[in-house]
Write a protein that binds this ligand. Structure first.
Ligand code: URA
Length: 236
């Protein structure tokens, strides 16, 4: 194949025209069920690759937060999840082991998930900021904006149907508003990405760490969780 044929082929493949370009003949009688499994496997493979690329980009990104933190904290759970949970930033325990929501707030999050019949490995859990801020301080607006593209890329890769925002920082980042949770919670918002051909229904509610300090807000949090559960049940 000469160079210009190769370029042409690459151009056609990049344009998505791969139907007539397979290396081997298509087996039209292959079991359809197997086929969809295989496609799913390939899709997840691709998602994993793309998430790993985001991780590499965050590692390369220069920020003072990186100098004071130990481990990059990216995600836990399922890259093919219907529901994505977004927190604020890693705390001490998360920073030590590199997994989000493993400390006290994480234990409460696990209980919140269980209350609506979800397991951690069924959802995708991440944070707005991926390095622990010194002394667990709240990320600044500049830091939120600095890390937002990485969060947006994760949403584009995972393509969840629903996003559950845990706390004011996640709400500010994703809903682009400083409006408080008291006003934002209890209703569905729409998140749109220019790379996804769908609306992602998004709800903002209280952060588990806040609920540990202020248990009187657990009732409102439970109502928000039930709104999510209802959406998931209605799909069945
Ligand atoms: N709080 C967060 O917002 N994220 C974590 O991962 C842990 C605690």
């Amino acid at each position: 194949m000469n160079q210009s044929d190769k370029k042409n082929l690459e151009f056609i493949q990049n344009a998505g025209v791969s139907y007539f370009l397979q290396d081997s003949p298509r087996n039209w009688f292959e079991n359809a069920k197997n086929n969809s499994k295989k496609e799913n496997f390939n899709e997840n493979d691709q998602k994993l690759k793309s998430i790993n690329e985001v991780i590499i980009d965050i590692q390369k990104h220069q920020t003072p937060l990186k100098n004071s933190a130990n481990k990059l904290v990216m995600y836990d759970g399922n890259i093919d999840a219907k529901v994505m949970f977004v927190g604020e930033a890693p705390g001490r325990e998360e920073d030590e082991i590199g997994v989000p929501f493993v400390g006290r707030a994480g234990k409460l999050l696990n209980k919140m998930l269980a209350a609506i019949k979800l397991r951690r490995d069924e959802v995708y859990i991440t944070n707005v900021v991926n390095w622990r801020p010194p002394n667990n301080r709240t990320p600044t607006d500049e830091e939120i904006l600095e890390f937002l593209p990485y969060l947006q890329r994760q949403i584009d890769i995972v393509e969840p149907d629903y996003i559950f925002l845990l706390g004011g920082v996640a709400a500010k980042a994703i809903l682009s508003t400083p409006v408080g949770l008291g006003k934002l919670r209890g209703q569905w918002h729409e998140y749109k990405s220019m790379y996804l051909n769908k609306i992602i229904y998004t709800i903002a509610s209280y952060h588990p760490a806040f609920l540990l300090r202020s248990p009187q807000y657990k009732k409102a949090s439970w109502e928000d969780l039930q709104m999510l559960q209802k959406k998931l049940n209605d799909e069945k």
